[in-house]
Design a binder for this molecule. Sequence first.
Ligand SMILES: CC(=O)SCCNC(=O)CCNC(=O)[C@H](O)C(C)(C)COP(=O)(O)OP(=O)(O)OC[C@H]1O[C@@H](n2cnc3c(N)ncnc32)[C@H](O)[C@@H]1OP(=O)(O)O
Ligand SMILES: N[C@@H](CCO)C(=O)O
Length: 403
Amino acid sequence: MTTKNTIDLGEFQFLSGESIPSLEVAYETYGEFDGDNAVLICHALTGSSHVARRPDAGDETAGQARAWWGDVVGPGKAIDTSEYYVVCANAPGSCYGTTGPSSENPETGEPYGTDFPPVTVGDWTRAQRALLDELGVGRLRAVIGGSVGGMNVLDWLRRFPDDVDRAGAVATAGRLDPQCLALDTVARRAITADPNWNGGQYYDGPDPEEGLARARQIGHIMYLSKASMARKFGRRSAGRETVREEPPDPAAAFFPYREVESYLDYQAEKFTDRFDANSYLYMTRAMDDFDLSAGYESDADALAAFEGELLALSFTGDWHFTVEQSEALAEACREGGVDVAHHVVESDHGHDAFLVEPEKVGPPLSELLEEGISGRTITDTDTDSSPNETDSFAPVHTSLFSE
Ligand SMILES: CC(=O)SCCNC(=O)CCNC(=O)[C@H](O)C(C)(C)COP(=O)(O)OP(=O)(O)OC[C@H]1O[C@@H](n2cnc3c(N)ncnc32)[C@H](O)[C@@H]1OP(=O)(O)O
Ligand SMILES: N[C@@H](CCO)C(=O)O
């Protein structure tokens, strides 16, 4: 059975100390809860609760009508909803049904805009915990998420370590590196410099589309890799009849409008139709702010209370969240005594490999759920500390660094 719902969690105090009188959370559930089979999925930056295909799904999540992990989650899929009760909720601060800057402030009757409290990844986790309480779910069989959704997973492990058996942290890290922080800063500046942004109060006027378009284009560049861009676009000219109507100035007409520019323009146009500019500010700030070790002595200390198993999944072509960052996370787990496997996926797709290569992402996640990190197709970068070294049925552990 699948359900799409919105629940009012009542007054919600954010970790900043600020409160809103009512936090509504949009969520979807798939499968039947048997008391012990709940899997929470955490979405990425611009995702929604619509993680898997639903027979009744129309286009109610504008631009998100296509389930964002439909080839990974569903009946008979890697995260099998005929076996597991999957819950996915839209994060506070976003714009797909959960309360955020574009929602009405009940005290003024107007959209919150930038009066909405600052939101952190920890607030997402706390809202998810409150939602699960309402659904009658105590302990989770697993929590799984990619990108900033993976940070959400890590936050679960430090905030509610006793509530999770297994975790899948996909294409993520304990924190963003300064290069990505820099790009996010420029993206936000593009939004706030758009005159239509108007201090965040634009809901009764034109949207800051130009700013949001530039922000998304910077994002897309981060989600691809040199190899995938070379393959997709090369230096090819796109021809004038695609998205751009007129060259911006006469001299520009002399030069080609390239496939890569056309792609970015097309993606930007699609995105501005589906996402709210203020939400983009709030969501990227939450991602930038996340630091696994904040409030602890180290990443290892932050994770030390987690007694379950963690699968860290990284992609060789991802420079947004690198293999090295996942390895640092795995190292922190080993130091903190947490059972971990760091499974490296060979891919030149860039960061969005976790979305577009279900055939590579699915099997290790399926095994995580079924058998834990000793699943046969799960590899680990640490060949020295295999828990199954003396087991004649031991999985083959390969080392990224020894090949
Ligand atoms: C949880 C979440 O992740 S959020 C929801 C989904 N994720 C996102 O939106 C993230 C951003 N988007 C992406 O990263 C990608 O577009 C994905 C992951 C959704 C899909 O990736 P891919 O399957 O590789 O598709 P790709 O990025 O090539 O985009 C294909 C689209 O671009 C268009 N396109 C491709 N090349 C060009 C070009 N040179 N000029 C213009 N348009 C182009 C295609 O026609 C296609 O259009 P359509 O979406 O209307 O069918
Ligand atoms: N493509 C992802 C990027 C963050 O992983 C999104 O837009 O949510």
